[in-house]
Design a protein around this ligand. Structure first.
Ligand SMILES: NC(=O)c1ccc[n+]([C@@H]2O[C@H](COP(=O)([O-])OP(=O)(O)OC[C@H]3O[C@@H](n4cnc5c(N)ncnc54)[C@H](O)[C@@H]3O)[C@@H](O)[C@H]2O)c1
Length: 444
Protein backbone atom coordinates (compact mmCIF):
# COMPACT_ATOMS: atom_id res chain seq x y z
CA UNK A 1 0.00 0.00 0.00
CA UNK A 2 2.61 2.53 -1.06
CA UNK A 3 1.50 5.98 -2.03
CA UNK A 4 1.52 9.58 -0.95
CA UNK A 5 0.56 10.89 2.42
CA UNK A 6 -2.44 13.22 2.66
CA UNK A 7 -0.20 16.30 2.42
CA UNK A 8 1.25 14.83 -0.74
CA UNK A 9 4.74 16.10 0.10
CA UNK A 10 6.30 12.81 1.15
CA UNK A 11 5.60 9.18 0.38
CA UNK A 12 3.38 7.41 2.90
CA UNK A 13 5.29 5.14 5.30
CA UNK A 14 5.60 1.54 4.17
CA UNK A 15 3.15 -0.68 6.06
CA UNK A 16 4.32 -2.85 8.96
CA UNK A 17 3.91 -6.12 7.12
CA UNK A 18 5.35 -9.32 8.59
CA UNK A 19 7.20 -9.66 11.86
CA UNK A 20 9.70 -7.35 13.53
CA UNK A 21 12.72 -8.71 15.41
CA UNK A 22 13.73 -6.63 18.44
CA UNK A 23 17.34 -7.34 19.41
CA UNK A 24 18.89 -6.03 22.60
CA UNK A 25 22.61 -6.09 23.31
CA UNK A 26 22.25 -6.75 27.06
CA UNK A 27 19.74 -9.13 28.63
CA UNK A 28 19.66 -7.66 32.11
CA UNK A 29 17.07 -5.87 34.22
CA UNK A 30 15.75 -3.47 31.57
CA UNK A 31 15.67 -5.91 28.65
CA UNK A 32 13.98 -8.72 30.59
CA UNK A 33 11.44 -6.35 32.14
CA UNK A 34 10.63 -5.12 28.64
CA UNK A 35 10.30 -8.62 27.19
CA UNK A 36 8.33 -10.11 30.10
CA UNK A 37 6.06 -7.07 30.19
CA UNK A 38 5.36 -7.07 26.46
CA UNK A 39 4.49 -10.77 26.57
CA UNK A 40 2.26 -10.18 29.57
CA UNK A 41 0.44 -7.40 27.70
CA UNK A 42 0.11 -9.61 24.61
CA UNK A 43 -1.61 -12.22 26.73
CA UNK A 44 -4.00 -9.65 28.14
CA UNK A 45 -2.60 -10.02 31.67
CA UNK A 46 -1.47 -6.40 32.03
CA UNK A 47 -1.84 -2.96 30.49
CA UNK A 48 1.17 -1.29 28.76
CA UNK A 49 1.36 1.53 31.31
CA UNK A 50 4.09 4.06 30.52
CA UNK A 51 4.10 3.40 26.78
CA UNK A 52 3.03 6.32 24.59
CA UNK A 53 2.72 4.19 21.49
CA UNK A 54 0.21 1.93 23.23
CA UNK A 55 -1.70 4.25 25.55
CA UNK A 56 -1.43 7.85 24.33
CA UNK A 57 -3.77 9.58 21.93
CA UNK A 58 -2.84 12.24 19.41
CA UNK A 59 -5.06 15.17 18.53
CA UNK A 60 -5.56 15.73 14.81
CA UNK A 61 -7.03 18.84 13.22
CA UNK A 62 -8.98 21.46 15.14
CA UNK A 63 -10.12 21.05 18.72
CA UNK A 64 -13.69 21.11 17.42
CA UNK A 65 -12.98 18.16 15.07
CA UNK A 66 -12.90 15.70 17.98
CA UNK A 67 -10.29 13.54 16.29
CA UNK A 68 -7.91 12.02 18.82
CA UNK A 69 -7.01 8.46 17.86
CA UNK A 70 -4.61 6.30 19.82
CA UNK A 71 -1.09 6.69 18.42
CA UNK A 72 -1.04 2.98 17.68
CA UNK A 73 -4.16 3.35 15.54
CA UNK A 74 -2.86 6.47 13.83
CA UNK A 75 0.63 5.26 12.88
CA UNK A 76 1.24 2.03 10.99
CA UNK A 77 3.27 0.55 13.86
CA UNK A 78 4.28 -3.07 14.20
CA UNK A 79 1.71 -4.88 16.37
CA UNK A 80 2.89 -6.29 19.69
CA UNK A 81 1.92 -9.75 18.44
CA UNK A 82 4.39 -9.37 15.59
CA UNK A 83 7.44 -8.71 17.81
CA UNK A 84 10.11 -11.40 18.20
CA UNK A 85 12.81 -10.89 20.84
CA UNK A 86 16.49 -11.75 20.80
CA UNK A 87 19.59 -10.58 22.71
CA UNK A 88 23.33 -10.78 23.20
CA UNK A 89 24.90 -10.97 26.64
CA UNK A 90 28.27 -12.09 28.01
CA UNK A 91 26.37 -13.74 30.86
CA UNK A 92 24.78 -16.91 29.47
CA UNK A 93 21.54 -16.78 31.51
CA UNK A 94 18.33 -17.07 29.51
CA UNK A 95 15.73 -14.32 29.92
CA UNK A 96 13.87 -16.23 32.65
CA UNK A 97 16.96 -16.68 34.82
CA UNK A 98 18.09 -13.13 34.09
CA UNK A 99 14.64 -11.71 35.01
CA UNK A 100 14.63 -13.62 38.28
CA UNK A 101 18.17 -12.48 39.12
CA UNK A 102 17.34 -8.88 38.25
CA UNK A 103 14.62 -8.96 40.90
CA UNK A 104 12.46 -6.32 39.23
CA UNK A 105 9.29 -8.30 38.60
CA UNK A 106 7.58 -10.41 41.18
CA UNK A 107 7.04 -14.11 40.66
CA UNK A 108 3.32 -13.55 40.06
CA UNK A 109 4.25 -11.61 36.91
CA UNK A 110 7.10 -13.87 35.84
CA UNK A 111 5.40 -17.26 36.27
CA UNK A 112 2.73 -16.81 33.56
CA UNK A 113 5.42 -15.93 30.98
CA UNK A 114 8.18 -18.18 32.34
CA UNK A 115 8.17 -20.62 29.45
CA UNK A 116 8.26 -17.78 26.95
CA UNK A 117 11.22 -16.15 28.71
CA UNK A 118 13.18 -19.38 29.02
CA UNK A 119 13.09 -19.61 25.22
CA UNK A 120 15.16 -16.42 24.87
CA UNK A 121 18.84 -17.34 25.22
CA UNK A 122 21.47 -14.68 24.64
CA UNK A 123 23.80 -14.94 21.67
CA UNK A 124 27.51 -14.69 22.55
CA UNK A 125 28.36 -11.04 23.06
CA UNK A 126 31.13 -8.84 21.79
CA UNK A 127 32.43 -7.96 25.20
CA UNK A 128 35.68 -6.68 26.68
CA UNK A 129 36.28 -6.24 30.38
CA UNK A 130 38.29 -3.13 29.70
CA UNK A 131 35.10 -1.21 28.86
CA UNK A 132 32.83 -2.65 31.59
CA UNK A 133 35.07 -3.62 34.45
CA UNK A 134 32.53 -5.07 36.88
CA UNK A 135 31.10 -7.81 34.64
CA UNK A 136 32.78 -11.15 34.03
CA UNK A 137 31.00 -13.18 31.37
CA UNK A 138 31.76 -16.42 29.58
CA UNK A 139 29.35 -16.07 26.68
CA UNK A 140 31.76 -14.02 24.59
CA UNK A 141 32.76 -14.06 20.92
CA UNK A 142 36.36 -14.60 19.86
CA UNK A 143 37.93 -12.82 16.90
CA UNK A 144 41.29 -11.58 15.70
CA UNK A 145 40.20 -8.04 15.13
CA UNK A 146 37.37 -5.81 16.21
CA UNK A 147 36.21 -5.87 12.61
CA UNK A 148 35.99 -9.69 12.74
CA UNK A 149 33.86 -9.42 15.85
CA UNK A 150 31.58 -6.87 14.25
CA UNK A 151 31.21 -9.08 11.17
CA UNK A 152 30.09 -11.90 13.49
CA UNK A 153 27.39 -9.59 14.86
CA UNK A 154 26.21 -8.90 11.33
CA UNK A 155 25.97 -12.62 10.73
CA UNK A 156 23.95 -13.02 13.96
CA UNK A 157 21.48 -10.43 12.69
CA UNK A 158 21.06 -12.18 9.35
CA UNK A 159 20.70 -15.58 11.02
CA UNK A 160 18.16 -14.31 13.53
CA UNK A 161 16.13 -12.74 10.78
CA UNK A 162 16.02 -15.86 8.63
CA UNK A 163 15.54 -18.30 11.54
CA UNK A 164 12.45 -16.43 12.76
CA UNK A 165 11.23 -15.47 9.28
CA UNK A 166 11.28 -11.77 10.09
CA UNK A 167 10.56 -8.90 7.80
CA UNK A 168 12.68 -6.35 9.68
CA UNK A 169 14.97 -5.88 12.68
CA UNK A 170 15.54 -3.08 15.16
CA UNK A 171 18.19 -2.85 17.90
CA UNK A 172 17.89 -1.13 21.28
CA UNK A 173 21.08 -1.14 23.37
CA UNK A 174 20.20 -2.36 26.88
CA UNK A 175 23.78 -3.30 27.80
CA UNK A 176 25.89 -1.94 30.64
CA UNK A 177 27.33 1.57 30.61
CA UNK A 178 30.85 1.49 29.23
CA UNK A 179 33.75 3.57 30.50
CA UNK A 180 34.06 7.18 29.40
CA UNK A 181 35.55 7.63 25.94
CA UNK A 182 35.88 11.00 24.25
CA UNK A 183 35.29 11.12 20.51
CA UNK A 184 38.66 11.34 18.76
CA UNK A 185 40.31 10.80 15.37
CA UNK A 186 39.20 7.14 15.23
CA UNK A 187 35.58 8.31 15.28
CA UNK A 188 35.95 11.22 12.86
CA UNK A 189 35.16 9.52 9.55
CA UNK A 190 33.93 6.10 8.59
CA UNK A 191 37.23 5.34 6.85
CA UNK A 192 39.16 6.09 10.06
CA UNK A 193 36.65 4.15 12.12
CA UNK A 194 36.99 1.03 9.96
CA UNK A 195 40.78 1.24 10.01
CA UNK A 196 40.66 1.59 13.79
CA UNK A 197 38.51 -1.57 14.01
CA UNK A 198 41.09 -3.43 11.96
CA UNK A 199 44.04 -2.40 14.13
CA UNK A 200 42.09 -3.11 17.37
CA UNK A 201 42.29 0.51 18.43
CA UNK A 202 41.28 1.05 22.07
CA UNK A 203 39.05 3.94 21.06
CA UNK A 204 36.57 1.46 19.54
CA UNK A 205 34.38 -0.04 22.25
CA UNK A 206 32.05 -3.05 21.91
CA UNK A 207 28.96 -0.81 21.83
CA UNK A 208 30.39 0.92 18.75
CA UNK A 209 30.83 -2.42 17.03
CA UNK A 210 27.16 -3.32 17.55
CA UNK A 211 26.21 0.10 16.20
CA UNK A 212 28.42 -0.25 13.13
CA UNK A 213 27.15 -3.78 12.46
CA UNK A 214 23.51 -2.67 12.78
CA UNK A 215 23.90 0.23 10.36
CA UNK A 216 25.75 -1.98 7.88
CA UNK A 217 22.79 -4.39 8.03
CA UNK A 218 20.28 -1.56 7.56
CA UNK A 219 18.96 -2.04 11.10
CA UNK A 220 17.81 1.03 13.11
CA UNK A 221 19.85 1.41 16.31
CA UNK A 222 18.77 3.15 19.54
CA UNK A 223 21.27 3.60 22.36
CA UNK A 224 19.82 3.32 25.87
CA UNK A 225 23.11 3.86 27.69
CA UNK A 226 25.15 7.06 27.98
CA UNK A 227 28.33 5.79 26.27
CA UNK A 228 29.01 7.19 22.81
CA UNK A 229 28.28 4.08 20.71
CA UNK A 230 26.44 5.44 17.68
CA UNK A 231 27.00 9.08 18.69
CA UNK A 232 30.14 9.72 16.67
CA UNK A 233 30.64 11.63 13.40
CA UNK A 234 31.75 8.39 11.69
CA UNK A 235 28.63 6.42 12.51
CA UNK A 236 26.32 9.38 11.91
CA UNK A 237 27.82 9.65 8.45
CA UNK A 238 27.41 5.92 7.87
CA UNK A 239 23.78 6.00 9.03
CA UNK A 240 23.02 8.87 6.67
CA UNK A 241 24.80 7.22 3.77
CA UNK A 242 22.96 3.94 4.28
CA UNK A 243 19.55 5.44 5.09
CA UNK A 244 19.35 4.04 8.62
CA UNK A 245 17.77 5.80 11.63
CA UNK A 246 19.86 6.10 14.80
CA UNK A 247 19.03 7.61 18.21
CA UNK A 248 20.36 8.02 21.74
CA UNK A 249 21.66 8.45 24.34
CA UNK A 250 20.63 7.09 27.72
CA UNK A 251 17.00 6.31 28.54
CA UNK A 252 15.38 9.22 30.35
CA UNK A 253 13.80 7.51 33.35
CA UNK A 254 13.99 8.59 37.03
CA UNK A 255 15.75 11.63 38.37
CA UNK A 256 16.64 13.17 35.01
CA UNK A 257 13.10 12.80 33.75
CA UNK A 258 11.95 14.69 36.86
CA UNK A 259 14.57 17.39 36.12
CA UNK A 260 13.22 17.89 32.63
CA UNK A 261 9.77 18.39 34.13
CA UNK A 262 10.72 20.79 36.96
CA UNK A 263 13.43 22.90 35.26
CA UNK A 264 11.16 24.06 32.39
CA UNK A 265 8.61 25.01 35.07
CA UNK A 266 11.13 27.21 36.89
CA UNK A 267 12.22 28.80 33.65
CA UNK A 268 8.65 29.36 32.48
CA UNK A 269 8.05 31.40 35.67
CA UNK A 270 11.46 33.16 35.44
CA UNK A 271 12.47 31.85 38.86
CA UNK A 272 16.20 31.59 39.50
CA UNK A 273 18.24 28.51 40.33
CA UNK A 274 21.08 28.65 42.84
CA UNK A 275 21.82 24.96 43.13
CA UNK A 276 20.50 21.47 42.44
CA UNK A 277 21.86 18.55 44.42
CA UNK A 278 20.77 15.06 43.33
CA UNK A 279 21.74 11.88 45.04
CA UNK A 280 20.36 8.39 44.88
CA UNK A 281 20.86 4.86 46.09
CA UNK A 282 20.37 1.79 43.96
CA UNK A 283 21.53 -1.79 44.25
CA UNK A 284 21.02 -3.47 40.90
CA UNK A 285 23.73 -4.64 38.50
CA UNK A 286 23.59 -1.28 36.73
CA UNK A 287 24.37 0.36 40.07
CA UNK A 288 27.31 -1.99 40.52
CA UNK A 289 28.68 -1.12 37.07
CA UNK A 290 28.23 2.58 37.80
CA UNK A 291 30.19 2.10 41.01
CA UNK A 292 33.24 2.03 38.75
CA UNK A 293 34.33 5.69 38.51
CA UNK A 294 35.02 5.37 34.77
CA UNK A 295 31.48 4.14 33.98
CA UNK A 296 30.06 6.71 36.40
CA UNK A 297 31.85 9.49 34.53
CA UNK A 298 29.97 8.50 31.37
CA UNK A 299 26.67 8.64 33.26
CA UNK A 300 27.54 11.88 35.02
CA UNK A 301 28.27 13.65 31.73
CA UNK A 302 24.88 12.55 30.46
CA UNK A 303 23.05 13.70 33.60
CA UNK A 304 24.83 17.05 33.98
CA UNK A 305 24.12 18.48 30.54
CA UNK A 306 20.36 18.58 31.10
CA UNK A 307 19.91 21.64 33.34
CA UNK A 308 22.37 23.83 31.51
CA UNK A 309 20.68 23.37 28.18
CA UNK A 310 17.15 23.84 29.55
CA UNK A 311 17.99 26.94 31.62
CA UNK A 312 20.34 28.68 29.13
CA UNK A 313 22.46 30.63 31.67
CA UNK A 314 24.10 32.59 28.83
CA UNK A 315 20.72 34.03 27.92
CA UNK A 316 19.49 34.45 31.52
CA UNK A 317 22.59 35.28 33.60
CA UNK A 318 20.56 36.96 36.37
CA UNK A 319 18.66 33.74 36.96
CA UNK A 320 20.99 30.88 36.11
CA UNK A 321 24.62 31.98 35.97
CA UNK A 322 26.92 29.68 37.94
CA UNK A 323 24.25 27.53 39.55
CA UNK A 324 25.75 24.54 41.32
CA UNK A 325 24.74 21.11 39.99
CA UNK A 326 25.89 17.94 41.73
CA UNK A 327 24.86 14.37 40.84
CA UNK A 328 25.73 11.35 42.97
CA UNK A 329 24.90 7.69 42.46
CA UNK A 330 25.55 5.37 45.37
CA UNK A 331 25.62 1.62 44.96
CA UNK A 332 23.64 0.20 47.86
CA UNK A 333 22.82 -3.51 47.34
CA UNK A 334 19.80 -3.86 49.69
CA UNK A 335 17.70 -1.61 47.43
CA UNK A 336 18.06 -3.75 44.30
CA UNK A 337 16.25 -2.12 41.36
CA UNK A 338 14.11 0.01 43.67
CA UNK A 339 16.09 3.19 43.51
CA UNK A 340 15.48 6.06 45.89
CA UNK A 341 16.44 9.52 44.76
CA UNK A 342 16.63 12.79 46.67
CA UNK A 343 16.79 16.20 45.06
CA UNK A 344 17.39 19.42 46.90
CA UNK A 345 16.67 22.41 44.70
CA UNK A 346 17.64 25.89 45.87
CA UNK A 347 15.72 28.49 43.94
CA UNK A 348 15.28 32.24 44.21
CA UNK A 349 12.26 34.44 43.63
CA UNK A 350 11.14 38.06 43.78
CA UNK A 351 13.90 40.30 45.22
CA UNK A 352 16.16 37.25 45.35
CA UNK A 353 14.37 35.58 48.28
CA UNK A 354 15.48 31.95 48.60
CA UNK A 355 13.11 28.97 48.49
CA UNK A 356 13.67 25.24 48.36
CA UNK A 357 12.03 22.31 46.64
CA UNK A 358 12.66 18.76 47.91
CA UNK A 359 11.88 15.71 45.83
CA UNK A 360 12.02 12.20 47.23
CA UNK A 361 11.38 9.82 44.34
CA UNK A 362 10.98 6.13 45.14
CA UNK A 363 11.10 4.80 41.63
CA UNK A 364 11.72 1.50 39.94
CA UNK A 365 14.31 2.02 37.27
CA UNK A 366 13.49 -0.81 34.95
CA UNK A 367 9.73 -0.32 35.33
CA UNK A 368 10.26 3.19 33.95
CA UNK A 369 12.72 2.06 31.27
CA UNK A 370 10.84 -0.96 29.83
CA UNK A 371 8.06 0.99 28.05
CA UNK A 372 10.72 3.31 26.63
CA UNK A 373 12.41 0.30 25.02
CA UNK A 374 9.08 -0.75 23.53
CA UNK A 375 8.30 2.72 22.17
CA UNK A 376 11.78 3.17 20.73
CA UNK A 377 11.69 -0.20 18.99
CA UNK A 378 8.31 0.59 17.41
CA UNK A 379 9.05 4.20 16.51
CA UNK A 380 12.53 3.56 15.12
CA UNK A 381 11.06 0.84 12.92
CA UNK A 382 8.22 3.14 11.87
CA UNK A 383 10.66 5.98 11.16
CA UNK A 384 12.70 3.70 8.94
CA UNK A 385 9.60 2.70 6.98
CA UNK A 386 8.71 6.40 6.70
CA UNK A 387 12.05 7.06 5.00
CA UNK A 388 13.85 8.73 7.93
CA UNK A 389 17.58 8.30 8.36
CA UNK A 390 20.42 9.46 10.60
CA UNK A 391 19.73 11.13 13.95
CA UNK A 392 16.08 10.91 15.04
CA UNK A 393 15.80 14.14 16.96
CA UNK A 394 12.02 13.71 17.32
CA UNK A 395 12.74 10.83 19.73
CA UNK A 396 14.69 13.13 22.12
CA UNK A 397 11.70 12.71 24.47
CA UNK A 398 13.06 9.31 25.46
CA UNK A 399 16.70 10.27 26.14
CA UNK A 400 18.69 11.99 28.89
CA UNK A 401 21.32 13.16 26.48
CA UNK A 402 19.62 13.48 23.10
CA UNK A 403 21.73 13.27 19.98
CA UNK A 404 21.57 16.33 17.77
CA UNK A 405 23.26 17.43 14.55
CA UNK A 406 26.78 18.81 15.06
CA UNK A 407 26.62 22.41 16.27
CA UNK A 408 22.97 22.12 17.32
CA UNK A 409 21.96 22.45 20.96
CA UNK A 410 19.91 19.35 21.91
CA UNK A 411 16.41 20.00 23.23
CA UNK A 412 15.93 18.74 26.81
CA UNK A 413 12.61 20.30 27.82
CA UNK A 414 10.18 17.36 28.09
CA UNK A 415 7.22 19.40 26.88
CA UNK A 416 8.98 20.75 23.81
CA UNK A 417 10.18 17.21 23.16
CA UNK A 418 6.61 15.92 23.41
CA UNK A 419 5.35 18.55 20.97
CA UNK A 420 8.17 17.68 18.58
CA UNK A 421 7.38 13.96 18.90
CA UNK A 422 3.70 14.37 18.11
CA UNK A 423 4.19 16.96 15.38
CA UNK A 424 6.67 14.66 13.65
CA UNK A 425 4.08 11.89 13.76
CA UNK A 426 1.51 14.25 12.22
CA UNK A 427 4.00 15.41 9.61
CA UNK A 428 4.96 11.88 8.58
CA UNK A 429 1.29 10.96 8.22
CA UNK A 430 0.42 14.07 6.21
CA UNK A 431 -1.60 15.77 8.95
CA UNK A 432 -1.49 19.49 9.87
CA UNK A 433 1.01 20.59 12.53
CA UNK A 434 -0.59 21.80 15.74
CA UNK A 435 0.76 25.20 16.80
CA UNK A 436 -1.67 25.83 19.71
CA UNK A 437 -2.27 29.34 18.33
CA UNK A 438 -6.03 28.84 18.43
CA UNK A 439 -7.07 32.27 17.08
CA UNK A 440 -9.37 30.63 14.55
CA UNK A 441 -11.77 29.70 17.35
CA UNK A 442 -12.26 33.39 18.13
CA UNK A 443 -12.40 34.94 14.64
CA UNK A 444 -15.49 37.11 14.13
N1 LIG B 1 16.94 1.30 34.16
C1 LIG B 1 16.98 2.55 33.86
O1 LIG B 1 16.18 3.31 34.33
C2 LIG B 1 18.01 3.06 32.92
C3 LIG B 1 17.95 4.40 32.56
C4 LIG B 1 18.88 4.90 31.66
C5 LIG B 1 19.83 4.07 31.15
N2 LIG B 1 19.89 2.78 31.54
C6 LIG B 1 20.97 1.99 30.99
O2 LIG B 1 20.46 0.81 30.41
C7 LIG B 1 21.47 -0.17 30.49
C8 LIG B 1 20.85 -1.44 31.05
O3 LIG B 1 20.45 -1.27 32.39
P1 LIG B 1 20.07 -2.53 33.29
O4 LIG B 1 19.53 -2.00 34.54
O5 LIG B 1 19.28 -3.50 32.48
O6 LIG B 1 21.52 -3.14 33.58
P2 LIG B 1 21.91 -4.68 33.83
O7 LIG B 1 23.26 -4.65 34.43
O8 LIG B 1 20.82 -5.40 34.56
O9 LIG B 1 21.96 -5.30 32.38
C9 LIG B 1 22.96 -4.98 31.46
C10 LIG B 1 23.37 -6.24 30.77
O10 LIG B 1 24.26 -5.90 29.71
C11 LIG B 1 25.21 -6.92 29.59
N3 LIG B 1 26.33 -6.42 28.82
C12 LIG B 1 27.40 -5.69 29.22
N4 LIG B 1 28.22 -5.48 28.17
C13 LIG B 1 27.66 -6.06 27.09
C14 LIG B 1 28.03 -6.19 25.72
N5 LIG B 1 29.17 -5.66 25.29
N6 LIG B 1 27.22 -6.87 24.90
C15 LIG B 1 26.07 -7.42 25.34
N7 LIG B 1 25.66 -7.35 26.62
C16 LIG B 1 26.44 -6.66 27.48
C17 LIG B 1 25.53 -7.28 31.04
O11 LIG B 1 26.10 -8.56 31.15
C18 LIG B 1 24.14 -7.21 31.68
O12 LIG B 1 23.48 -8.47 31.69
C19 LIG B 1 22.59 0.40 31.35
O13 LIG B 1 23.60 0.92 30.53
C20 LIG B 1 21.92 1.53 32.06
O14 LIG B 1 22.83 2.55 32.45
C21 LIG B 1 19.00 2.25 32.40
Amino acid sequence: MQGSSAAGSRPAPRPASGRLGVLTPGLGAVATTFMAGTESVRRGLNKPIGSLTQMATIRLGKRTDNRAPLIRDFLPLARLDDLVFGAWDPIPDDALTAARKAGVLEERDIAPVAEFLSGIAPMPAVFDNKYVTRIHGTNVKQGKTKRDLAEQLRQDMRDFKSKHKLDRLVIVWCGSTEIYIKAGPAHATIEQFEKAMERNDEAISPAMLYAWAAIMEGVPYANGAPNLAVDTPALMQLANDRGVPISGKDFKTGQTWMKTVIAPGLKARMLGLVGWYSTNILGNRDGEVLDDPQSFKTKEESKLSVLHSILQPEQYPDLYKDFSHVVRINYYPPRGDNKEGWDNIDIKGWLGYPMQIKVNFLCRDSILAAPIVLDLALLMDFGHRAGLKGIQEWLSFYFKSPMAAPGLQPEHDLFIQQTKLKNTMRHLMGEEQITHLGMEYYAS
